[in-house]
Design a protein around this ligand. Sequence first.
Ligand SMILES: Cc1cn([C@H]2C[C@H](O)[C@@H](COP(=O)(O)OP(=O)(O)O[C@H]3O[C@H](C)C(=O)[C@H](O)[C@H]3O)O2)c(=O)[nH]c1=O
Length: 186
Amino acid sequence: MRKITIIETGIKDLLVIEPKLFFDSRGYFFESYNKKDFEELGLHYNFVQDNQSKSSRGVLRGLHFQMNFPQTKLVRVLDGSVFDVAVDIRCGSPTYGKWFGTVLSADNNRQLLIPKGFAHGFLVLSDTAIFCYKCDDFYHPSDEAGIAWDDPDIGINWPLVESPILSEKDKAYPRLNELCRGDSYV
Ligand SMILES: Cc1cn([C@H]2C[C@H](O)[C@@H](COP(=O)(O)OP(=O)(O)O[C@H]3O[C@H](C)C(=O)[C@H](O)[C@H]3O)O2)c(=O)[nH]c1=O
């Protein structure tokens, strides 16, 4: 019995994944990742690194990607809720520059499968949020890159109630049109 449901996002390869929960008098159980289920759905990834971060309400982390060592990410929320966003920056993609956002929370247990070639970020909606994710390549600090969270050409509709809390690094990222012209990154 397959224990995940796939929800299309309108952007090729970017998928929302809903796990099947098993409830009983003690609470619930679900498999947060099963390689066999993924492979039966044609989703062939070899995740090599798990990450976890905790953030307060209003924190926005992103939009990040690794330039030469791009990572597929399978992201979810263990506690609280976030508005999670992925932007297609695959040069030449028919949905290049298109964004998709969805609420990931400890209540909906939804996950977002973000393939290589996307920039990723999230805004914390709850008092705090614990965010965790699997990556299919390792962290390469010198390879980190990013796009301005408020790039007007992308036009992400962040559910902001006030200015987000950003790292100095995230405040300084360029707009997408400064990154990619034609079929390659500049
Ligand atoms: C990403 C990463 C970071 N670090 C260290 C480097 C810094 O000393 C510290 C915080 O790093 P950073 O400010 O880049 O963390 P985030 O802002 O959460 O970055 C992540 O947030 C967005 C949403 C992503 O999708 C990326 O996975 C990642 O860029 O953790 C590591 O040691 N390993 C890692 O894989």
